[in-house]
Design a protein around this ligand. Structure first.
Ligand code: ZN
Length: 135
């Protein structure tokens, strides 16, 4: 895997895929045998489908496996605020996200692709975690 060969350390968002895709338990109707009450699974099914379509969990499992075989490190970081934090001045605000694709810091004016901003924040957070482990 080229990604694993190219990098000593790989940082990823910890999205808790297992928790997010777990189906709600069926809720039997106490008054009617064989009948189940709404447990919110229809709404949840839409969310599950989106996550599974993205294939993130499968990708992470393969990535982690390959990285460990190659002696590389995979570090999961808390995804909170990674897409809302300015990598230049550190200001955190939802207003920094002008659109899904564009990041413009409302304090310092730093402008970049929103995915690039999130990736740089994830990398920085991962390196901080790695330094903390090493210390
Ligand atoms: Zn800024």
């Amino acid at each position: 895997m080229a990604l694993v060969r190219a990098a000593d350390v790989i940082t990823v968002e910890d999205l808790r895929i297992a928790n997010m895709t777990k189906s709600p338990a069926p809720k039997p109707d106490p008054d009617q045998a064989g009948v189940f009450l709404s447990n919110g699974s229809a709404a949840k099914a839409g969310l599950n489908k989106n996550i599974l379509d993205a294939g993130w969990g499968v990708f992470l499992a393969i990535l982690t496996n390959k990285a460990e075989s190659a002696g590389r490190e995979v570090i999961s970081v808390n995804p909170r605020d990674t897409s809302r934090t300015c990598p230049t001045c550190g200001h955190v605000s939802g207003e920094n996200r002008k659109t899904q694709a564009d990041f413009v810091c409302v304090v310092c004016g730093h402008a970049a692709n929103a995915d690039v901003v999130a990736a740089s924040n994830i990398l920085r957070a991962g390196l901080v975690l790695r330094d903390a482990r090493a210390a």
